[in-house]
Design a protein around this ligand. Structure first.
Ligand code: DQA
Length: 145
C-alpha cells in the first residue's frame, strides 16, 4: 500500500482556532479523518511538531518507510536551511503545502528554503492542498515506489 506522511510544522496544531480568516475553521484532526476516508488505498501517517529538530528527526525516520511526504513546514519554510537540507538528504519525494497563499502575504513569506528541494508546491488552496498532494502521489506511484 502507498505510504504517505503528512508533516505539519509549528502552530499548525492550532488549526481550527488559529486565525480562521486565513486558515479556515477546521481542525486538522477532523480533516485527516476526511482524507483517510477519501483515500482508502493510501496509508496516511501524520506528524506535527512545533520543534524544528523534531521535524527533521521525523523526516529522517521516514526513510525506507514512506513513498511520499507532504510537508507544511509553517514558518520554518521561510527560515530553516536545516529543514531544507533534511528534505534533500532523505531521498523521498516531498510536496510542499501551504494552506494560505504565501505569495499574497507578507514579503518574508515569499521565500521558501524548502521549495527547491521539493517535487512541487501547493499554496493558497486551503486544506484541499493536502488532498491534491495525496492525489499526486497516487497518480505517480510508479515513479515513487
Ligand atoms: C503556512 C504559511 C506560513 O507562512 C505560516 O507561517 C504558517 C502556515 C500555511 O499553511 O499557509 O504557519 O505554512
Amino acid at each position: 500500500m502507498l505510504q504517505i506522511a503528512i508533516v505539519n510544522g509549528p502552530n499548525l496544531n492550532l488549526l481550527g482556532t488559529r486565525e480562521p480568516h486565513i486558515y479556515g475553521s477546521q481542525r486538522f484532526e477532523d480533516h485527516l479523518l476526511q482524507l483517510k476516508g477519501r483515500f482508502p488505498l493510501a496509508e496516511i501517517h501524520c506528524y506535527q511538531s512545533n520543534v524544528e529538530g523534531e521535524l527533521i528527526n521525523y523526516l529522517h525516520s521516514s526513510m525506507g518507510k514512506v513513498h511520499g511526504i507532504i510537508l507544511n513546514a509553517g514558518a520554518y519554510t521561510h527560515t530553516s536551511i536545516a529543514l531544507a537540507d533534511a528534505v534533500s538528504a532523505i531521498g523521498i519525494p516531498v510536496v510542499e503545502v501551504h494552506i494560505s497563499n504565501v505569495l499574497a502575504r507578507e514579503e518574508y513569506r515569499k521565500t521558501s528554503f524548502i521549495a527547491a528541494k521539493c517535487v512541487g508546491s501547493i499554496s493558497g488552496l486551503g486544506m484541499d492542498g493536502y488532498a491534491l498532494a495525496i492525489q499526486y502521489f497516487i497518480d505517480n506511484a510508479n515513479k515513487t515506489v
